[in-house]
Design a protein around this ligand. Structure first.
Ligand SMILES: [Zn+2]
Length: 423
């Protein structure tokens, strides 16, 4: 056998536990005999034993044990460890699945990644326990809700380096949920330099925002509200507080790594292109000329001016000499196409978009215009809000995949999928 085949067999032997020890002829030490194919086959048919072997690899077993001890300790302290356990289970599944990877390097990478995540989850738990010790001091017994709030706040400050500001009298900050969301993504997502500050707006209509290293959360009441996403045609419900937290964290990650700046133009990232009102007026005029057409005395210049006026927020009047029904056709176009790209009509809350020769145009924010590939909408869609801008596209895909522990829609580009839940 080649050295590579030897290495593979050695790995397989260790993982499957099919080593057969036999006496060396002439007595003395036992030595290992290569396993028979039958022995390997038998081991593969017993998945429970296989998984137990995988976890008995010393480094994985150690970190797993440390994490489980941490979970137990937090439960004794009265903390909810549901999310932490879900995250742990993910990694255990990833390690088990890695066993089926035929390529040794890929297998080792997958196990290493899962082991690192288990260690991060343990650190995440330790941070909470440390914060509890600081806040509780010499107090005995489990913490009450006020104390828990202070503990989670302390853990977010100490472990994730957040400066936190809360409006006077606002108590429903849900630091516990925020802490869970920080732990549910890899450490190099939650510890980016662009997450420095967390504050709240005492406003139930606020939602969330991110800008310049600062995450702002609104007033989510008791944080039981939910909203629906879609992945490959399946409805995926999401807790609004949790998904908004991850959404803002997604903005921070995108900001730090310039993800959409690098990849946003790809079809699997929405096919985004920066626009101006002038570039949009040109594209819409070309579309109008093809789909409707002009007849004297109406001219292309008049239609262009009407579209530009509407994009600027105005209501154009019929030019001198142009009567119905020609002007009516222009007005219909303004209503059916141009209006639907304006921020004042919230196109990102609509479940459909307008196909203007293969692109959809949107006034994303004040003085910020974009277009995306109309055909990219269906295969990469998770919700409507995603189609406000490249930044929102990434934040929404990011948030729902991590929260729901679901792979993104299959149309999403691999460069983006690398930042998403993928176990
Ligand atoms: Zn956003």
């Amino acid at each position: 056998m080649s050295a590579d085949a030897d290495a593979k067999l050695a790995w397989l032997t260790e993982v499957l536990g099919v080593v057969v020890s036999q006496p060396v002829p002439g007595g003395g030490a036992m030595r290992n005999k290569p396993p028979s194919l039958a022995a390997i086959g038998k081991a593969l048919r017993d998945p429970a034993a296989l998984v137990s072997r995988l976890f008995s690899a010393p480094d994985v077993a150690e970190v797993q044990k440390a994490l489980n001890q941490e979970v137990e300790r937090l439960e004794q302290l009265g903390f909810n460890t549901d999310r932490l356990k879900l995250d742990r289970d993910d990694q255990e599944r990833a390690i088990a699945a890695a066993a089926n990877l035929p390529d040794q390097a890929a297998r080792e990478r997958a196990i290493k990644r899962a082991r690192e995540r288990l260690a991060q989850l343990r650190d995440h738990g330790v941070a909470l326990a440390k914060a509890a010790a600081k806040v509780m001091g010499k107090a005995t017994g489990t913490s009450d809700s006020t104390q828990q709030n202070a503990i989670y706040r302390r853990a977010l400050e100490d472990s994730y380096g957040l400066r936190i500001a809360v409006p006077e009298g606002m108590s429903n900050t849900h630091f516990d949920r925020l802490f869970d969301m920080m732990g549910t993504v890899p450490r190099n997502h939650s510890k980016v330099r662009t997450i420095r500050k967390l504050s709240y707006e005492d406003d139930p209509d606020y939602g969330g925002a991110y800008g310049g290293g600062h995450i702002i959360m609104g007033d989510f009441g008791d944080a039981t509200g939910s909203e629906d996403y879609q992945i490959e045609g399946t409805t995926v419900p999401a807790n609004s507080f949790d998904v908004t937290t991850l959404h803002e964290m997604g903005h921070a990650l995108d900001d730090a790594k310039r993800i959409m700046r690098k990849h946003g133009g790809k079809t699997g990232c929405g096919g985004w292109r920066r626009e101006t009102p002038a570039s949009i007026a040109d594209a819409m005029l070309a579309h109008f000329l093809r789909s409707v057409g002009v007849q004297a005395p109406l001219t292309a210049g008049m239609v262009h001016a009407a579209i530009a006026t509407r994009l600027a927020g105005g209501q154009p009047d019929a030019p001198d000499g142009v009567a119905q029904p020609q002007w009516r056709a222009v007005q219909d176009y303004l209503a059916d196409v141009v209006n639907k790209s304006l921020a004042s009509t919230n196109p990102w809350f609509k479940s459909s978009a307008v196909d203007v020769d293969g692109r959809s145009y949107v006034e994303s924010y004040d003085a910020e215009w974009w277009s995306y590939e109309y055909a990219a909408r269906a295969p990469t869609r998770v919700n409507n809000y995603q189609w406000r801008s490249p930044a929102e596209w990434f934040a929404e895909v990011y948030a729902i995949t991590w929260l729901a522990k679901r792979k993104p829609p299959s149309g999403v580009d691999a460069a983006i999928a690398a930042y998403l839940w993928q176990s």
